[in-house]
Design a protein around this ligand. Structure first.
Ligand SMILES: Cc1ncc(C[n+]2csc(CCOP(=O)(O)OP(=O)(O)O)c2C)c(N)n1
Ligand code: SF4
Length: 462
């Protein structure tokens, strides 16, 4: 038997503990055809090693099992937002978001629309099967008037649920997109047109020309409660009446006003006035260090974390700072995570810190059990220790609050904590950069920067 072409796809798909060579799609589903066309286009343009697919939540969720390229799974409706991040972080790669009509047209409409309006450099393949497939056939914004779904059992009634959403037509009001088209995969001729349009999306991304939206009408026999032939006929005869096929915007058409490929902003630009330093340098010998700073809002734990992250940036380490606080400006709990690493960091969240700094009792009790084995917890001396740190965790008690009061600057308790981190040599960063970062955090009040520098020395940081 001739081998079936699987260009751009894995040979087998490891699903549910088995290695199968068929997809999870129902017979007659448009996703299956579209998946194959996308994989082929990616492979034919030799882009498998430089494509980032952003996968949706919906029936297309498993494309990472099928397409042999890099993938990021987005939360429901967020593929265009995630694709924005991916194409900005990796302007050298081709980014493709894959979204259903519930995903893009309902929960995710705004982020898809805004990404298109900004002219983000990615291609969006939008599969319109007129309903929510994965969850059992509920009405989507694209459901036709009169179409029966599980949530419109008597047919969609515009007086209750409005009229179908025409995504291509709405996006065509925007200036930045360079390509907007609607195709179908309901018969062979249409599949060939869809193939050409998908190739065009890849070509546009390969040439970094701008945002491209390709809507593909696709049958969902299962939820339409039809056989494959009838569902394809519904797609051609009913859906196309509402959603005419065609090209709404082409690369060089007069309506398009693409925006330039953005240059990645430097940290100095992002943080205004900060000292510009070259981007982080990879250093595999520098281990990833995870910090958590916790206390009340107003105790300066977020600034303390920022200071550490800024010192890491000055040292050309990879670093991320991630704050978490309540709605109150002062008084509520606040904490932040900081990751410092010699290699790019996957996530800014820190579940098991190597170093935990606690300025109050609730923070200590909440986080002390999470500290990684071999880690350190630094707690203000005023905090009663009702709970012991886990086995293998070093405890350091430090009178940060009392010292700041004694030095006449009660607000500088966080600077006193920084002094302790430096004394204990817990940061992996140089004293010089930590001091510089501290002073620069007061750049709008330089006299306070100098006061804090002196306090750092008085506290015996170095
Ligand atoms: C935040 C959130 N809300 C709702 C869901 C449930 N959900 C999963 S898939 C889906 C709809 C998918 O429909 P569509 O985007 O049209 O894709 P299809 O399955 O038809 O390909 C919904 C509502 C979810 N997973 N997450
Ligand atoms: S439920 Fe519909 S969209 Fe989902 S796999 Fe089956 S046919 Fe395709």
């Amino acid at each position: 038997m001739a081998e079936i072409s699987q260009k751009g796809m894995y040979r087998t798909f490891p699903r549910s503990g088995k290695n199968v060579s068929f997809t999870h799609y129902c017979p007659g589903c448009g996703h299956g055809i579209i998946n194959k066309l996308i994989a082929e286009a990616c492979a034919e343009f030799d882009l498998q090693d430089s494509t980032i697919f952003v996968d949706p939540v919906g029936c297309g969720v498993f494309t990472y099992y099928y397409w042999d390229a890099a993938h990021i799974s987005a939360a429901h409706g967020r593929a265009s937002a995630v694709a924005t991040g991916a194409c900005r972080a990796r302007p050298d790669a081709v980014t493709i978001a894959y979204q259903g009509d519930g995903d893009l047209g309902a929960i995710g409409f705004n982020n898809a629309f805004q990404a298109a309006s900004r002219g983000e450099k990615f291609g969006c393949i939008f599969v319109n099967n007129s309903l929510y497939g994965m969850t059992g056939g509920q009405m989507a914004p694209t459901t036709l008037e009169g179409e029966k779904t599980t949530t419109t059992p008597f047919g969609r009634d515009p007086s209750l649920t409005g009229r179908p959403l025409h995504v291509c037509e709405v996006f065509s009001q925007l200036q930045a997109p360079v390509y907007i088209a609607r195709v179908s995969v309901a018969d062979t001729r249409r599949i060939m047109q869809a193939k050409a349009a998908i190739r065009k999306v890849f070509e546009i991304q390969k040439a970094r020309r701008g945002y491209a939206l390709l809507e593909i009408l696709a049958p969902c026999p299962t939820n339409l409660r039809m056989d494959a032939k009838a569902a394809a006929d519904f797609c051609m005869n009913e859906m196309e009446k509402e959603f005419p096929l065609g090209v709404f915007r082409d690369v060089d058409s007069p309506g398009a006003r693409p925006v330039a490929v953005p240059r990645a902003a430097t940290c100095a630009e992002l943080f205004a006035e900060g000292e510009d330093v070259p981007p982080p340098a990879d250093d595999r010998d520098f281990p990833e260090l995870r910090f958590k700073f916790a206390g009340y809002g107003g105790q300066g734990v977020l600034s303390l974390g920022l200071c550490l992250a800024e010192a890491a940036r000055l040292e050309r380490r990879h670093t991320l700072w991630f704050p978490s606080y309540g709605p109150e400006q002062r008084g509520g709990s606040a904490n932040c995570s900081v990751v410092v690493s010699g290699t790019p960091i996957g996530s800014p969240t820190v579940e098991h810190p190597d170093v935990l700094v606690c300025m109050n009792q609730p923070a200590y009790e909440r986080f002390v059990g999470d500290v990684a084995e071999g880690g350190t917890v630094i707690v203000d001396e005023s905090v009663p220790l009702n709970v012991r740190p886990p086995e293998g965790v070093r405890l350091v008690r430090w009178p940060a609050i009392a010292m700041a009061e004694r030095f006449g600057v009660p607000k500088a308790a966080n600077t006193m904590m920084l002094a302790c981190l430096m004394k204990e040599k817990c940061t992996g960063l140089s004293d010089q950069n930590l001091e510089k970062a501290l002073v620069s955090s007061f750049r709008k009040k330089p006299q306070l920067g100098e006061v804090n520098r002196q306090l750092l020395r008085k506290a015996g940081a170095f």
